[in-house]
Design a protein around this ligand. Sequence first.
Ligand SMILES: [Zn+2]
Length: 272
Amino acid sequence: MKLQEKYKELRNKPSALLATNFYNFETLNGILQAAAVIKSPIIIQLTESSIQYMGLPVAFSLAKSAIQYYDVEAWIHLDHGGSYELAAKCMDAGFNSVMIDASEKPFRQNVEITRRVVKLAANYGACVEAELGYVAKLGQSTEKRGFTEPKEAKAFVEETGVDALAVAIGSAHGFYKEDPKLDMERLSRIRAVTDSALVLHGGSGIPHAELTEAIKRGICKINLATEIKNIFMKTLQKQLENESEIDLRKVFPPATQAVTELVTGKLKVVNG
Ligand SMILES: [Zn+2]
């Protein structure tokens, strides 16, 4: 099933898709083992820096073959694509879905670039996600506020024909200093006036009850990255403290297992 069809299926259900970033073979493996064990669909995503780290054909074929190996319903997605060219390259490589993130550009420019990507994606049957509003990226201020305006969201979706829209309702990338308070009322208002699937970025550290409420109010995709990196590296660091093992095939599995446990827990929440 195409991702855009899956989103439509989820629209009136209290259930969403978890979108997890991977960084290497081990994190990918940990994520897919979780999805395989509980037989859950999942989105596997790559940022531009992860693509640069692994190389586009390597990263893509790694994900694709692992999905087949684990026999999981999964889609490969570009997270925060910064340009038309990168989105085009990823679709050419076989990605099922791309995000074009022009959210820091003025509204009109965001509409234009998103519209161009949507047009190109039609040739590939690929799904397109865009972002409207300010969701703080790593290192950016979380003080600044730029929540998505329902009226603008309506116009944006109508003018671009985008399949999925990341909204700014109080989440941020990275960990939170204090529990985030999502603007649920705003989310409901956006849902009421838009047809596209709504996406919540910055899923790491949002209390599970908030995630459940956001899904009830129309979020179809929840992104998870920071918690994956964090649990993987913390587990590895702790293990290496008192160890001199050099067989990396013995060193990595506990960290991979920690990713599996984290993602299993999140999938249960997100699947509803
Ligand atoms: Zn994001």
